[in-house]
Design a protein around this ligand. Sequence first.
Ligand code: AQP
Length: 321
Amino acid sequence: MIRFSGITPSGHAQLGNYLGAIQRWAAEGGEDDLYFVSDLHAMTTTHNPAKLRGLSGELLAVLIASGIPPERVFVQSDLARQLGALTWVLECTCSYGEAARMIQFKEKSKGRTGSRLSLLTYPVLMAADILLQGAAEVPVGEDQRQHVELARVLARRFNNTYGEVFTVPAAVLPPTGARVRDLADPARKMSKSARDSAGVVSVLDPAELVRRKFRRAVTDGGSVPEYLPEQRPGLANLLEIMAACTGTKPADVAAEYGSYGALKDAVADAVIETLRPVRESATALLADPGELDRVRRAGAVRASERGEHRLQSALRLIGAG
Ligand code: AQP
C-alpha cells in the first residue's frame, strides 16, 4: 500500500509543516511511500522563478534532513513530461464543470477571468501526481479532500471506460497532530506564505531568531499559564508546541510553569533543540549542491520508473501512444 503526500514550495518550511506533517512522514513512512516537493503547484498564481527554484531545493533538503530516506523523496517538476502527458489524459476524462466546482478554485479565482488557467486545472495535475504513482492513501487536510475525491472519480471513470489502470485513491485524514498557529496572530494557522514572518518560525531560522519570535508571541493576558484552547488560543498554541516537541500533554506543560516569560523561554529551547539536527543537516546539504543534485536526480529516476508503466498503459488504452 502506497501512501503519498507533498509539500508546496510557497515559502520556507515552517514549524507547523514540520510538527504537523514532515516529522510524521519521517517516523511512520512505509517502504513504498513517497513524499514530494510540489513545485508545479506553486505556479498557479504569480511567482518568481528563481525564488521557486531556491525554495524547491531547500524543501527537498529539509525533507531529507528530517529523516525521510532520500529514495522516498522527489521533486514534482522532475517528472514534468510524464505528469504533463497524464494530466492531458485526465483532462480528457474530466468535465469543465467538475473542475470549476472545486471550492479552492472558486475561492482563489473569485470569478476573475484573469486568473491563471492552471488555478482551474491544478486539481487534475494533482490527480496525475497521485494516479501516476499508484497511491492508495493520500493524507491531506480538509482543504484538499475535494481534490483527492476528484482523483478518485477520474480513476474510476478511466478504469470503467478504457480499462483497469489506476488504483482508486482514498483521502485519509492524518492522525490528529499539532495544528500550529501563527505566534503573532493565533487566529490564523502558521503558514509558509504568511505576509508577515514575525509569527512564523522557519525550520532553518537561527536559534536567536527563534527565541526572539517566541518572546514576542501573543499570549492573550491572564496571570498564570493555563491550557484553555478556546479562551486563550495564543497560550494554548505555545503549550501545544511544547507538548509536540517533548511528547507530553499541553495541560501538564501549563502546570509546570508559573510565569509566561519562563514558559516562552522553555518553548523556544524545546523548538530550537527539536529543529537543531534538521537545520544542521539541511544546511550541510544545501552547502553541497552537487550531493543534493545527485539525490534529486536519483529520486526522479526512481519515481519516474515507478509510474512509467501506468502512463504507457493509459496512453495505449485511450488510443494514443
Ligand atoms: N500550521 C500548521 N500546523 C500543522 N500542520 C501544517 N501543515 C501546514 N501548516 C501547518 C501541513 O504541512 C503539510 C504541507 O503543507 P502544504 O505545502 O501542502 O501547504 P499548506 O498546508 O497550505 O501549508 P502552508 O505552510 O500553510 O503553506 P501556504 O502558505 O502555501 O498555504 C501539509 O500536510 C499540511 O497539513
